[in-house]
Design a protein around this ligand. Structure first.
Ligand code: HEC
Ligand code: HEC
Length: 287
């Protein structure tokens, strides 16, 4: 401190710092700068009191104004739902098959159903609903359990082969590995292949046809065209749920399959189930 002195040229006090004879002047901070700083401090304190700010052990101080971004979203959603109450009531009351594409209600159902689908269904059926191995394509007109709106609604509402809904779609293909010999499985697989693509070995196909008649036609139909009562796939259309190559067919016949879908009626609101049924029906394969 003893080094502080007045600078000769300007008359301003120096800080006492000196480098090679160059001394630092101790000018006061400009007023405008200082007041801006004070204003910022006051504003920051006021802000942390008014708005959620200080982290606590669980959560944060909530602020006097009670604002939260989550609350804003909830408000938006409530406002949105209030706007749609009339449409929702109409959707719940409507006889779905009578909705006409182009109607406001149909458009609303498709839009609402689309967002339900993206959130709840796409992980199994694919974002474009084209399906995957074991998860049916919902865009085509090949339906396991029926493709009109009532059938689609029922499938979605109650699900497939789940233990939680007594009205779930249900059937079980036996595992024929315990019933048929390897040769018989080979023959019936060859017969099934021949239903949708040419197969050379006519004798094996004929043998397989008999085995099919005895063991499979009760569910898949005399001609292999399937049966929606029991969700048995059509085997002549070359559209495969699990795969149509001989190895996959043999695996299906030997071990059977057991596709399960949850009952969406237990998880979604009635209007969401109805909307997503209209959406699926509208994808292109609806009957
Ligand atoms: C956990 C996977 C999974 C999810 C999620 C799922 N599904 Fe499914 N879905 C399946 C399976 C598996 C089947 C086929 C069951 C069978 O083998 O018969 C199926 C069948 C269907 C069918 C019947 C198709 C036909 O050909 O008859 C419809 C319609 C359907 N799902 C709609 C939906 C909708 C709508 C949602 C969303 C709300 C949804 N699914 C979500 C697994 C799922
Ligand atoms: C009790 C009824 C029932 C009987 C009997 C039955 N199936 Fe099935 N089959 C089904 C059902 C239901 C499915 C669909 C399973 C699923 O989606 O999980 C199926 C699926 C299949 C598939 C898969 C089709 C695909 O698209 O991937 C093949 C192949 C098949 N069955 C062949 C046979 C053959 C061959 C026999 C006779 C040896 C037979 N089934 C007997 C009900 C039956």
């Amino acid at each position: 401190m003893t080094d502080k002195k007045l600078d000769d040229a300007t008359g301003v006090e120096t800080t006492g710092h000196e480098w090679d004879g160059i001394r630092e002047l101790n000018n006061p901070l400009p007023r405008w700068w200082l007041y801006t700083l004070y204003a910022c401090i006051v504003w920051a304190i006021a802000y942390t009191i008014a708005y959620p700010a200080w982290p606590m052990i669980s959560g944060a101080t909530s602020g006097l104004l009670g604002y939260s971004t989550r609350g804003e979203v909830a408000k938006d959603i409530t406002a949105h739902e209030a706007k749609n109450t009339a449409l929702v009531a109409d959707l719940l009351a409507a006889d779905l098959p009578t909705l006409q594409p182009g109607d406001d209600l149909h458009r609303y159902a498709v839009a609402r159903g689309g967002s339900v689908f993206r959130a709840q269904c796409s992980q199994c059926h694919g974002s474009g609903a084209a399906g995957a191995k074991g998860y049916p394509n919902l865009r085509d007109d090949d339906w396991l359990w029926g493709g009109d709106l009532d059938a689609i609604s029922a499938t979605i509402d109650h699900g497939v082969r789940n233990e939680t809904d007594g009205d779930a779609r249900w059937s079980e293909m036996p595992a024929f590995g315990e019933i048929l010999s390897d040769e018989e499985i080979d023959a019936v697989v060859t017969y099934v292949s021949s239903l949708s693509s040419p197969v050379e070995d006519a004798a094996l196909v004929a043998a397989g046809a008999t085995i099919f008649e005895d063991n499979c036609s009760a569910c898949h139909g005399e001609n292999g065209k399937g049966d929606r009562e029991v969700g048995a796939p059509n085997l002549v259309d070359a559209i495969w749920l699990y795969g149509g190559d001989p190895a996959t067919l043999a695996e299906t016949v030997r071990n059977s399959r057991f596709g399960v879908m949850p009952a969406w009626g237990q998880r979604l609101s009635d209007e969401d189930v109805r909307a997503v049924a209209v959406y699926v029906h509208n994808l292109g394969g609806g009957e």
